[in-house]
Write a protein that binds this ligand. Sequence first.
Ligand code: ADP
Ligand code: MG
Length: 466
Amino acid sequence: AARWAPVMQIVEEFKKQCAMSATRLNQLANDMAIKMEAGLESDGGSELKMLLSYVDNLPTGDEKGLFYALDLGGTNFRIIRVQLGGQGKRVVKQEFVEVAIPPKLMVGTVDDLFDFIAAELEDFVNSEGEGFHFPDDDYRPREIGFTFSFPVKQSSIASGVLVKWTKGFNITNMVGEDVVAELSRAMAKRDVNMRVAALVNDTIGTVAGARYHDKDVVAGVILGTGTNAAYIERIQAIPKWRGTPPKSGETVINMEWGNFQSSHFTITEYDLALDLESLNPGEQIFEKLIAGMYLGEILRRVLLKLAERAALFGDVVPPKLNEPFILKTPAMSAMHHDTSWNLRVVGRKLKEILGIQNTSLKVRKLIVKLCDIIAYRGARLAAAGILGILKKLGRNTLPKDDIKQRTVIAVDGGLFEHYTKFSKCLNSTLAEILSKEVAATIVIDHANDGSGIGAALLAASHSQYL
Ligand code: ADP
Ligand code: MG
């Protein structure tokens, strides 16, 4: 049976390393703000790439017509169409399809991935029905906003090259290639008459989509398979900006915050091993502590250590516990939210996923405790990241003149949406690290699929045909 003294020792040590006091979170936020500045200073000035988006004009509400969006970013891939009514009528009708990306395409060839996408796109466009109106003109292509949620160095609103893969994608010969050119080639092969009018990161799409409904939106945060953030910055605060500034005087910056590193958080042995065995060792460290792709995997690694060192599941280490990524974050979340007296869901998940039978209540309780440690660390780090943005914008304090300040952060992604304990902890942590007066001015807005609609809106505002 389990040897509880070493079990508790391992768990307490892990808990201590994951604890993030308000003081540390504040230091972390300062560090984030400083590195944001360094990244705006010059390319390569910081591990935060602070990528320019070429989105200098956010949607106004006047956008009109039929537009598509295509969202490729991690686990699923979505195609959306929206009929925009223009001038206050906003979204008249919308439809979407969601397709799981076959895992082998994530590590296959460029052609296979984009051929797959183009085929889905073709099917979806052919199903366009009532309520959607497009000018009856054989030559005019339908326009798409392409949400591509990986780091891209853009050269215009509708072109840009992949900087690196993240989140388990690793397709050879794609880094350095133009993302839009690849998609366009695949569409041309199938005679799909569509044109990419805007290439956007999901964070940028989230800002655009949320801003369409609320003028006080200053930033967008993604908490899904991966994590990232974007925010609206003044051109004057961007020394690396070249060329004429836009009329708005502002642009949206894709921070690529997943790559943040700081001496103010502790990397545990589990994080270190996860990173070393990942497809992108040494990169996306912040993301690997926070995002949905990794939380369940961290839990698996801790459980494996407890099984090996302290016989948590008996004398034999359950073989499935050795399998990387077998324990996914939705399963962890289901265990974490188990409210039954005997933690029935925990027991069932252990059996179904890991083949572990007949666990005691004591073991199940311990697993819930581990979920607390891992999820709350992630949520607290994400809250500190948001505080970093607020500091950079000077919105972590109130203006001296008593103008009513209101600051909205739009958050999207499956982790935030479905992992209630995670999102609650993020909210309460922000309240903890901000003064009461400031906290009252900050709104965390769940922007459900803001990034897809946002991309369609950006396609509309950058249309060639309006
Ligand atoms: P993506 O980030 O791939 O664009 P989503 O925003 O839909 O897609 O996020 C999907 C991710 O959200 C999954 O990979 C998973 O990590 C996380 N997730 C989905 N459902 C849940 C859940 N019930 N509990 C916790 N995490 C979830
Ligand atoms: Mg997404």
